[in-house]
Design a binder for this molecule. Structure first.
Ligand SMILES: [Zn+2]
Length: 198
């Protein structure tokens, strides 16, 4: 069964109550600061240590959890999808984004400032004026950069996140698949986001 079908058993509204909406509020504040070129370091973080952490500690938690917990990839994908929808709305509204190129450009600007990854738009496939799929590469992804080969893709949250953002932008259900990842031995991540096939 495809990942998105397994992930769909969870509802974004369950996550909204406890997580997504609250973080989306802070994200919106942060995005407006980014637009006005104000410094964000420390402003939304801890008083002394700020908001950034080492990717090694992040990966030390994420990867064993992913490898050892059955179904974890589904939960991560779904959490990313819900977050991507919420953050996508904030991005599209605040930056007045009109198309995929602008979405990846502004998403890339925010991702770089937050130290998450460097996205690059690789391909847009259209049929009769409708966007059917989008391919995005993520360089230096914080979830997987430098990890040993574990024979599986790692960035389920990031894959869901970009798919969720594309859903809001394109106004239709999309599914994300990570086709390349340092976890598989690649130098970068590559995500295909395509129209859902029922
Ligand atoms: Zn990856």
């Amino acid at each position: 069964m495809p990942l998105w079908k397994r992930a769909d058993v969870y509802s974004c509204s369950d996550l909204d109550q406890i997580l997504v909406n609250k973080i989306a509020e802070r994200f919106e504040n942060m995005v407006s600061k980014l637009q006005s070129e104000e410094k964000i370091l420390g402003e939304y973080g801890r008083p002394t240590l700020g908001q950034f952490v080492s990717i090694h500690s992040l990966q030390a938690k994420l990867i064993p959890t992913l490898l050892l917990t059955p179904g974890m990839e589904v939960a991560l994908y779904q959490a990313g999808l819900c977050w991507g929808r919420a953050a996508g709305e904030v991005m599209i509204k605040n930056f007045n984004i009109r198309n995929v190129e602008e979405f990846v450009e502004y998403g890339g600007m925010v991702s770089k400032k937050l130290g998450l990854q460097i996205p690059e738009l690789i391909e847009i496939n259209e049929f009769n004026g409708n966007i059917k799929s989008v391919n995005i590469r993520l360089y230096e992804c914080s979830d997987c950069f430098g990890v040993p080969i574990v024979n599986m893709p790692i960035c389920y949250f990031e894959t869901g996140k970009w798919a969720g953002g594309m859903e809001v932008l394109l106004q239709k259900p999309m599914e994300g698949i990570e086709k390349k990842c340092p976890g598989l031995g690649d130098d970068f991540c590559e995500i295909e986001i395509k129209e859902r096939q029922y």
